[in-house]
Design a protein. Structure first.
Length: 570
């Protein structure tokens, strides 16, 4: 059992206990256990009970429950709670905007115990009449239900990739397989995935598609399958699976056909009006590269096969050299135990150095983020003193002094100027009062961008993919403001965010706005998310030259100092 499964299980237990008004101390023991497990980097299932008991915040009783969960897939408290809670009520815990206490009111006072019943109660205006709810809460619930419904059967790219690679390995290791490839949304690096698509060529089609019945955890959809296409559903997530049988001689043609958006493939690529879709259906090719050569185009990477601008650049032989993981020299926007991180500042820095990076930007939460143990002014001084010490010990590796400063409702930052001036750089982000229309959200961001102390804009829309829509913003206005005020925009690499959206990377680059791949890491493991940010950047045409943290340690230090000087801060 993976750590994230254990954490999810114990978090659910705490929520169900709160739902049933159980002992607050017992609830706290579960939430504490979750916090401890979130900090553990190694596989928890490989730890002994004695090792678990030694962890501060676990104890003997909780260690026993964790071992029970590892060995049986559940534990007594969770089993009891699930037995006494309707399945629909458990599902309600996933709705953004309402917690266990409100769900209990809906369940007990309205007698609603299904998602369908909750939607109906909202539509009949019954939920708004409950004590402590109101029309806004009812609308939030409805929006949450609609968003959840629209995302049913979808996975984050990061989650889908693991499953796709496992299936690809299965196909490639079959003795009858000649060629296998993952295509579609996965190969194009889309941020969420609805269908896992594969192409398969076989030596003999005699066993097609019978061997697909061996796929674990997959239910076939025979009613929508055909003689050359097998379709199924992944039982755990509901994501669709499509396996397409193609002749070996047309494998490259079909790979191109299913690795680009149809609109992109249909665009004329030369004065003769040739299109890549016609070439894909044309003469068999040995490779995708050969098809591009036929129409006098350089090879265009699958992640770029959405953008018409990239086709234009290819025609002019000016395709950008896309950013690679190895181009990144440092990791900015990270959290430590000073606020809500799982590891100490020293642990975060040492691990960053061990990964081969030249620098770390620490950006713990600012004081307004009380829910995340945001730093009061005296703790800012404590942290900066520790940074000075660590920089002496770890040099030439460097920790840059940063903060993730909350953008307040009026767009201001939440420290006095003398405190703001003490940081090397400031990531400004919105974390509160997220229910805004486009005008209000855009004005709030622009006001923060115009603040001379703002160095970088964090996760511009605040979205959580498949969980929460971001607040609407006028992207062009926000990006233009960043260009005018020399503010970097982050691509938040957390797979739940991937914000700035790749669809706006191209425009940001056209305005000469630097982008920074930031993991928003709250643990050492969070550094692994950098690759997802690189994928998003590449999809928008990002180059190393336009990536801020592809700069060296000395270049970053010079940039921060010169920017502060230009803004009159030094």
């Amino acid at each position: 059992m993976e750590n994230k499964e254990l954490i999810r299980m114990f978090r659910l237990t705490a929520s169900l206990m709160e739902l049933h008004d159980e002992n607050p101390f017992k609830i706290r023991s579960y939430t504490s256990a979750v916090m401890v497990m979130e900090r553990i980097e190694s596989p928890i299932h490989q730890m002994s009970q004695a090792q678990l008991e030694k962890l501060d915040g676990i104890g003997k009783g909780m260690a026993g429950k964790i071992m029970e969960a590892i060995q049986t897939g559940s534990h007594a408290d969770l089993k009891r709670l699930l037995e006494n809670t309707p399945e629909g009520v458990v599902q309600m815990l996933n709705i953004k905007g309402i917690g266990p206490k409100k769900i209990k009111t809906i369940w007990k006072d309205l007698g609603v115990d299904t998602i369908e019943g909750l939607r109906e109660a909202c539509e009949k205006n019954e939920v708004s009449k409950l004590k402590g709810f109101g029309a806004k809460t009812q609308e939030t619930i409805l929006q949450g239900l609609q968003y959840t419904e629209s995302n049913k059967g979808k996975l984050l790219w990061a989650e889908a990739e693991t499953l796709a690679l496992e299936l690809l390995s299965f196909f490639k290791n079959r003795p009858e397989t000649v060629a296998a490839e993952v295509v579609g949304e996965i190969r194009r690096n889309l941020e969420t995935v609805e269908t896992l698509q594969f192409l398969l060529s076989l030596k003999s089609e005699e066993n097609w598609p019978n061997f697909l019945a061996e796929l674990p955890g997959i239910s076939p959809q025979e009613s929508v399958s055909g003689p050359f296409v097998w379709r199924g559903l992944v039982d755990t997530s509901g994501v669709k699976l499509e396996v397409r049988l193609v002749p070996e001689r047309r494998f490259a043609n079909q790979t191109l056909l299913y690795s680009a958006s149809p609109a992109w493939l249909s665009q004329p690529v030369n004065e003769a009006g040739d299109t890549l879709i016609s070439e894909a259906y044309g003469e068999p090719a040995a490779s995708e590269e050969e098809i591009f050569r036929r129409v006098n185009l350089p090879y265009i990477a699958p992640e770029l096969r959405e953008s018409l601008r990239m086709l234009e650049l290819a025609r002019e032989n000016q395709l950008p050299t896309l950013l690679q993981d190895s181009d990144l020299k440092g990791i900015l926007h990270n959290h430590s135990t000073y606020s809500d991180g799982a590891h100490t500042l020293e642990q975060m820095a040492v691990h960053c150095k061990q990964l081969g990076y030249e620098y770390l930007g620490i950006c713990d939460h600012s004081k307004s983020a009380y829910y995340a143990n945001g730093l009061q002014e005296f703790r800012v001084k404590e942290q900066q003193k520790e940074i000075d010490r660590l920089n002496q010990e770890l040099g030439p590796f460097r920790i840059f002094k940063g903060i993730e400063s909350d953008i307040l409702t009026d767009g201001s930052l939440d420290y006095d100027n003398d405190v703001l001036a003490s940081f090397d750089f400031i990531v400004a982000s919105i974390h509160s009062n997220l229910k805004m229309d486009m005008v209000k959200a855009t004005d709030r961001l622009v006001n923060a961008i115009q603040n001379p102390y703002t160095t970088m804009l964090g996760h511009p829309t605040g979205r959580l993919l498949l969980r929460r829509e971001g607040y609407p913003i006028d992207h062009k206005t926000v990006i233009d403001a960043c260009a005018a005020n020399q503010v970097i925009i982050e691509i938040n690499a957390n797979p739940w965010r991937l914000d700035l959206d790749w669809r706006w990377v191209e425009y940001a680059l056209s305005q000469n706005v630097l982008l920074s791949i930031n993991p928003d890491a709250h643990s050492m493991r969070g550094y692994d998310d950098m690759r997802y940010g690189v994928l998003v950047g590449r999809k928008g045409g990002l180059t190393a030259e336009m990536t801020f943290n592809a700069k060296t340690r000395d270049e970053v230090a010079t940039y921060f100092a010169e920017r502060k000087r230009a803004k009159g801060i030094l």
